[in-house]
Design a protein around this ligand. Structure first.
Ligand code: NAD
Length: 290
């Protein structure tokens, strides 16, 4: 298949490389001039989209997606499908979907879970919104770049699923970290804490699979001096999107709001940028109640 790929950053580059490895003809464009082995380099987004059956975008945010879509959509072939894998606000996903539909194109919002490791290994999970036809067109590509693709509903449903998942993730990471910090002060050994919680009703992915305490549980960024992994500033972005969405639909999300405030403080005032989001634990370790 002829594929255009816009945004060859930490995630986009390995995703595009996996499509090439599977035998697809990929033309890419990144405003920073990034090149990827086997991906033909275009001079612009519209040039990368020319003649492509599917165009994939993997961009930093919704505003950039909207700007890129304004150029891409008129350049795409009638009947082609635009697949946005970036994490963006639900409104941007729906706006670009409407724009694509009006131009006779298919659209799928397909944000991912799995990080750079999953993008490289081809084991991402795709959470998708869009018509059944558009999803069917993109599904074979999701099978190459990932291990699972869930069709969640109409356009925007993929982004909705992503921000709800990551709101749970941010909240449970904070809960796990503050519980470890409390356990420390109560004199409880961290390994014992893990042994109990990971097999009791407090278990979670953040405790069992991504334990924020170094040397405890399976290998995680905590064992690598909290190098991401999933950077705290990306968690901050996703929590911001969840609260923006909650406000738009009048949903009460007090824990999400609290998690957003804590990650904002961590990233903006406490040196959290560039650290894994599980570095909330050393943040709590230092603190008392005040
Ligand atoms: P990144 O910043 O490494 O990559 C984004 C790329 O887009 C950059 O290379 C940038 O130069 C390019 N770009 C920006 N504006 C452009 C334009 N107008 N035209 C063409 N290219 C443009 O970010 P990333 O880590 O690859 O993340 C991409 C998306 O995936 C984000 O929405 C992020 O939230 C989401 N995501 C990231 C992770 C992760 O662990 N990194 C995990 C899940 C989801």
């Amino acid at each position: 298949m002829k594929i255009g790929f816009i945004g060859l950053g930490n995630m986009g580059a390995p995703m595009a490389a996996n499509l090439v490895a599977a035998g697809h003809e990929v033309t890419g464009y990144d405003v920073a001039g990034v090149t990827v082995d086997g991906v033909a380099q275009a001079a612009s987004g519209p040039e990368a989209a020319k003649g492509a059956e599917v165009v994939i975008t993997m961009l930093p945010n919704g505003q950039i997606l909207r700007n890129v879509a304004d150029e891409l959509v008129p350049a795409m072939e009638a009947g082609a499908t635009l697949v946005d894998c970036s994490t963006v606000d639900v409104d941007s996903a729906r706006a670009v979907a409407a724009q694509a539909e009006k131009a006779g194109l298919g659209f799928v919002d397909a944000p991912v879970s799995g990080g750079v490791g999953g993008a490289t290994a081809g084991t991402l999970t795709f959470m998708c919104g869009g018509s059944a036809d558009a999803f069917a067109k993109a599904e074979p590509l999701f099978d190459i770049m990932g291990q699972k693709a869930v069709h969640c509903g109409e356009a925007g449903a993929g982004q909705a699923a992503k921000i709800c998942n990551n709101m749970i993730l941010g909240v449970t990471m904070i809960a796990t970290c503050e519980a470890f910090a409390l356990a420390d002060k109560l004199g409880l050994d961290r390994q014992k804490m893990f042994d109990v919680v990971s097999t009791s009703s407090g278990y979670s992915w953040t405790m069992n699979a991504y334990c924020p305490a170094p040397g405890v549980g399976p290998q995680s960024p905590a064992d690598n001096d909290y190098k991401p992994g999933f950077a705290a500033e990306l968690m901050l972005k996703d929590l911001g999107l969840s609260q923006q969405a909650a406000e738009a639909v009048d949903a009460d999300t007090p824990m999400g709001q609290a998690a957003l405030a804590l990650y904002r403080q961590f990233v903006e005032d406490e040196g959290g940028t560039g650290r894994d989001f599980s570095a909330m634990l050393p943040r709590f370790e230092k603190r008392g109640r005040g």
